[in-house]
Design a protein around this ligand. Structure first.
Ligand SMILES: [Ca+2]
Ligand SMILES: [Ca+2]
Length: 192
């Protein structure tokens, strides 16, 4: 316990992360140390993740969104985030190319992980995103975006699908790449 051997990132994980992300060995090693400090068990539970995540949204409710983000990061579905999942998530959401980010956004919207997005999944995620908007910002939103339902309707139209049709990953990414409005609606960005 607490010796240098147990706190070092394993060679296997390190090689894997160097291969799959653009992070350097130094960066990965530093993050691992931070990760271990915040999370000595090496696995982040959903509750721990939610409590860290919610701190980024002090003026709104980040809990529902955090649950979806956690689900999209937990690629092996075991209910915890290990270091590898955490770093790959960080790679996809913060430093990845747009396509990488959109692949992640797709997995965020694909609530049941079946490879397609339905309109009800769009509504579910739009509801979670809407909760991230601080209450005092809501009155300033355009009239076709001032409820979660309206945002879901607006976003769904960009994919050019019927009510009961579903959107595949490629269609989702293309729809968002082709429409800046769609790109804006799949996330919440605080006004500058
Ligand atoms: Ca996991
Ligand atoms: Ca789905």
């Amino acid at each position: 316990m607490g010796n240098s051997k147990s706190s070092a990132v394993s060679k296997e994980i390190l090689e894997d992360l160097k291969l799959h992300t653009k992070f350097s060995e130094t960066e990965i090693t530093q993050w691992y140390e931070n990760f271990k400090r915040q999370c000595p068990s090496g696995r982040l539970s959903k509750e721990e993740f939610q409590s860290i995540y919610s701190k980024f949204f002090p003026d709104s409710d980040g809990n529902t969104y955090a649950q979806h983000v956690f689900r999209s990061f937990d690629t092996n579905d075991d209910g915890t985030l290990d270091f590898k999942e955490y770093i790959i998530a960080l790679h996809m959401t913060s430093t990845g190319k747009t396509t990488r980010k959109l692949e992640w956004a797709f997995s965020l919207f694909d609530v049941d992980k079946n490879g397609y997005i339905t309109k009800s999944e769009v509504k579910e995620i739009c509801t979670a995103i809407f909760k991230l908007i601080p209450k005092d910002e809501v009155p300033r939103l355009p009239s076709d975006e001032n409820t979660a339902e309206k945002r879901a309707e607006k976003l769904w139209k960009f994919f050019d699908k019927g009510e009961n049709e579903r959107v595949a990953e490629g269609e989702f990414i293309q729809g968002v790449l082709d429409n800046e409005e769609a790109l804006r609606l799949i996330q919440y960005q605080p006004p500058k």
